[in-house]
Design a protein around this ligand. Structure first.
Ligand code: SF4
Length: 633
C-alpha cells in the first residue's frame, strides 16, 4: 500500500490586468521532482496534490486523503496561514507528521510543536531521507545534510511535469516561473537569510537544463519570470547567453511572458547593464543598485562594505547612456543608522545622480539572518515590532482568515521610534516629490546653478510639508499618522480609524506600500506641490522663469488619477494630447543645467499603447512623469 504525502507552499494571488497570477510552487516542486526519481519513494508514496493557494482550510482538509506526511515550505508570506492549516490537519489526522522547510524555520518550531520535523538547508535530499526514515519508523526531528555539490542530480520540476496538473486545472490563471540558474551567494549581508541556507559558494545548474526550462515556458501560460539567482551576471558569458534565451522566450510568438525580474551581481554594474539591454527594456524593470545605506558605519555593521562600490555617478551615467532604468534600494533602520544619516543617505543618492527610482524597505529581522541573533540584537540595541500584512495583496479569491506577520525594526541604540518615522517620511518626500518628478527640475537647478545641496533643499521642503496648510501637507500628516499607528500597533489602520483622522481615507496597500498611499492625492493636487517647490527654490535665489515653467510640465497632463488595490492606477487620458505632447523653451539644458537656450518636446514617459494594453495597471515605478526630449540644434 502506498502512503499519501502532501506538499504546501501557499501564496497570495496577485491580480495583474484582471487575471489572477500565482507562482508555480518551485521549492516543493523541486522536492517532488527529486523524490519521484527514486524507485523506493515511488513504490511507497503517492503525492496526490501540491497546494499553492490560500484556500479555506476546511476545503483543503476535504481534499486530503489520510496523509502520513504534510510538508510545508515556509516564509514570511505564508507561515501564519500554514500554521492555521496545520491545526486543522492535526485535528483530522493526529498521526500525520508535519515537516517544515524553508528560510523561516528553526528549532523553536519543533520545540513548540508547530512541526514534528525541521529540514535545514536544501530540501531535496533531506526530505527524501525523512520519507525513508518514516517508512522505517525512525523519523527524526531534524534533518540537515551536506550541501548538494552537483546540481545535475536535481531534475527540473518544469521538465518532469510536476506542475502540469496545476496548469491544466487553472486555465483562467497566469503563472510566474522561478528560474534558478545557480544556487548560493558569496556575500554575507547580516540582514539576509539567503547565505545561511545555501552557503557562500555558487553552484551552477546545467545550462542545457536552464535553456530547456525557458523553452518550456514559451509554450505554457507563464506571464512572469523571476530569476532566483542572488547574483545574476556573476558568470558573464554564461549569464549573457541565458539573457539572450530569456529575450527569445519573451519575444516568441507563442509566449505570454511580459516581465522578467532579475537580482544582478552586486560587483559589476557593467555586466548588469549589458544583460539588462539583452533582456530588453520592454521586459526588464531595470537594474538595482542596491545600496541599502550610504553610511559607512552602517555598511560595516551589515557586512556590505566588502562590495566594490565603484564610482556610483559613473555607474548611473552608464545606465542613462544605455537607456536602462536603474533603481536603488535603501533599508530603514539598519544597525548604526541615525535619523540624520538616513536623510543624508537619500540625499547622497541624489548627489550621485540617482533621480529615477528609489525603493525604501523597512528593516526586517529574518529568523535565520545574522542580524536576528541574540548577539546582534544586543550589540545594536535592536527593538522590533511584529507587524501584520507588510506585503499584503488584497485579493477576494484568497482566504483571509489570518494575517501574516514579520518582525520589523522600530528602534536601535542609534535611532528612536519617533526618529524612524521621521526618517521614513523624509523617504516618502524624496520618493514622491523628487524621483516621481514633481519638483526634481527645481531641486536640480538649485543644486547645479545656485550650489544648494539636495539636503538643504529638501530639509526646507520637509518643513513646508510638515507645517503647511495645503492638502499635500494633509496627505503628508495622514501618511505619518498611518505609519506611526502601524509601527505602534503592528496592524494596518481600518477605514473607520482613517476616517476619524480627518476624513482623508486612502486605500491601505500593505505596510510596505505606505509610502505610496497618497499617490493619487499628490497627483491630483500637483499645483500645490509645484507651489511648495517654487517657494523653497525662491528662498535660495532667483529662479529662471523657464525653469519654473519646465518644472510645471513635469507630470503628464491627465484629468484625474485614482489608485486602487496594490497601486493599480486608473487614469482619464486625452489620447491625442498624450500621443503628441507639446514643446517648451528653456534657458538651461535640463540634464547638465548649463546655460543654453534649448527646445524640448514634452510627452508622457509611458506610451499610450502601454496604458491601454495594461488596462488599469502599469508599472508603479514609472509614475506619470513626462519626459523631456531635447530637440537637436
Ligand atoms: S542580500 Fe543579496 S548579496 Fe547579500 S547575502 Fe543576501 S542574497 Fe547575498
Amino acid at each position: 500500500m502506498k502512503h499519501n504525502v502532501y506538499l504546501f507552499q501557499c501564496q497570495y494571488a496577485i491580480e495583474v490586468r484582471e487575471i489572477n497570477n500565482y507562482y508555480l510552487p518551485y521549492s516543493i516542486g523541486c522536492i517532488l521532482a527529486y523524490a519521484q526519481q527514486h524507485n523506493d519513494i515511488r513504490d511507497n508514496f503517492n503525492f496526490p496534490e501540491l497546494f499553492f493557494k490560500r484556500e479555506d482550510p476546511a476545503e483543503v482538509i476535504k481534499r486530503l486523503d489520510n496523509p502520513v506526511i504534510c510538508g510545508f515550505s515556509n516564509y514570511v508570506w505564508n507561515e501564519q496561514y500554514h500554521l492555521v492549516l496545520i491545526k486543522e490537519i492535526r485535528k483530522a489526522y493526529p498521526k500525520c507528521k508535519i515537516v517544515f522547510g524553508g528560510p523561516q524555520v528553526g528549532q523553536d518550531n519543533v520545540d513548540n510543536g508547530d512541526c514534528d520535523v525541521w529540514i535545514q538547508q536544501e530540501g531535496e535530499r533531506n526530505f527524501v531521507n525523512a520519507l525513508r526514515d518514516w517508512k522505517e519508523f525512525v523519523i527524526k526531528p531534524t534533518y540537515s545534510g551536506e550541501r548538494i555539490d552537483d546540481l545535475d542530480e536535481l531534475p527540473s520540476p518544469y521538465l518532469t511535469g510536476v506542475f502540469d496538473d496545476i496548469i491544466e486545472q487553472h486555465p483562467e490563471c497566469l503563472f510566474s516561473m522561478t528560474l534558478e540558474t545557480n544556487r548560493g551567494c558569496p556575500f554575507m549581508c547580516t540582514f539576509c537569510d539567503w547565505g545561511s541556507l545555501t552557503y557562500a559558494k555558487i553552484k551552477k545548474h546545467n545550462l542545457e537544463k536552464v535553456i530547456s526550462e525557458l523553452d518550456w515556458a514559451i509554450r505554457k501560460p507563464i506571464g512572469y519570470i523571476w530569476v532566483a539567482d542572488a547574483n545574476f551576471g556573476v558568470f558573464k558569458t554564461r549569464d549573457l547567453a541565458i539573457a539572450h534565451m530569456i529575450n527569445y522566450a519573451c519575444e516568441h510568438e507563442d509566449s505570454r511572458i511580459d516581465a522578467v525580474n532579475v537580482q544582478y551581481y552586486k560587483n559589476s554594474t557593467e555586466n548588469a547593464v549589458e544583460i539588462a539591454k539583452v533582456i530588453g527594456k520592454k521586459y526588464n524593470r531595470g537594474i538595482t543598485i542596491s545600496v541599502q545605506s550610504m553610511t559607512d558605519v552602517v555598511l560595516t555593521a551589515i557586512k556590505r562594505d566588502n562590495m566594490e562600490m565603484n564610482d556610483m555617478s559613473t555607474l548611473l551615467a552608464q545606465t542613462r547612456k544605455a537607456d536602462v532604468l536603474a533603481y536603488s534600494e535603501v533599508i530603514l533602520p539598519l544597525p548604526e543608522e541615525t535619523c540624520d544619516s538616513f536623510k543624508e543617505s537619500l540625499c547622497r543618492l541624489l548627489e550621485f545622480g540617482q533621480h529615477t527610482a528609489i525603493e525604501m524597505w523597512k528593516a526586517q529581522v529574518l529568523k535565520n539572518s545574522e542580524m536576528g541573533t541574540p548577539e546582534h540584537i544586543e550589540k545594536y540595541g535592536i527593538e522590533t515590532v511584529a507587524v501584520e500584512d507588510y506585503s499584503y495583496y488584497h485579493n477576494p479569491v484568497d482566504w483571509n482568515g489570518v494575517h501574516e506577520k514579520i518582525n520589523i525594526i522600530c528602534a536601535t541604540n542609534t535611532i528612536s521610534n519617533t526618529e524612524v518615522t521621521e526618517a521614513y517620511m523624509y523617504g516618502w518626500m524624496i520618493i514622491n516629490l523628487h524621483t516621481q518628478g514633481y519638483i526634481q527640475i527645481l531641486a536640480r537647478y538649485c543644486r547645479e546653478v545656485l550650489n544648494v545641496s539636495y539636503r538643504e533643499f529638501y530639509d526646507k521642503v520637509f518643513k513646508e510639508l510638515a507645517e503647511g496648510k495645503t492638502i499635500i501637507s494633509d496627505a503628508f500628516r495622514f501618511t505619518k499618522q498611518f505609519e506611526e499607528a502601524y509601527m505602534e500597533r503592528g496592524r494596518l489602520a481600518t477605514q473607520e480609524e482613517m476616517a476619524d483622522w480627518g476624513g482623508l481615507v486612502i486605500d491601505n496597500l500593505g505596510g510596505h506600500f505606505t509610502a505610496q498611499m497618497a499617490l493619487s492625492t499628490v497627483f491630483n493636487n500637483k499645483e500645490d506641490v509645484y507651489d511648495i517647490g517654487e517657494k523653497v527654490a525662491n528662498s535660495f535665489g532667483d529662479i529662471d522663469p523657464s525653469i519654473i515653467e519646465a518644472n510645471r510640465s513635469s507630470l503628464a497632463c491627465i484629468n484625474r488619477m485614482s489608485v486602487g488595490i496594490h497601486g493599480a492606477r486608473t487614469v482619464e487620458v486625452n489620447e491625442e494630447e498624450w500621443e503628441q505632447g507639446y514643446h517648451i523653451e528653456t534657458a538651461y539644458d535640463l540634464e547638465t543645467f548649463e546655460k543654453q537656450q534649448t527646445t524640448y518636446h514634452v510627452k508622457p514617459s509611458i506610451p499610450l499603447k502601454i496604458i491601454k494594453d495594461a488596462g488599469k495597471w502599469h508599472h508603479r515605478r514609472q509614475g506619470f512623469k513626462n519626459i523631456f526630449i531635447k530637440k537637436a540644434t
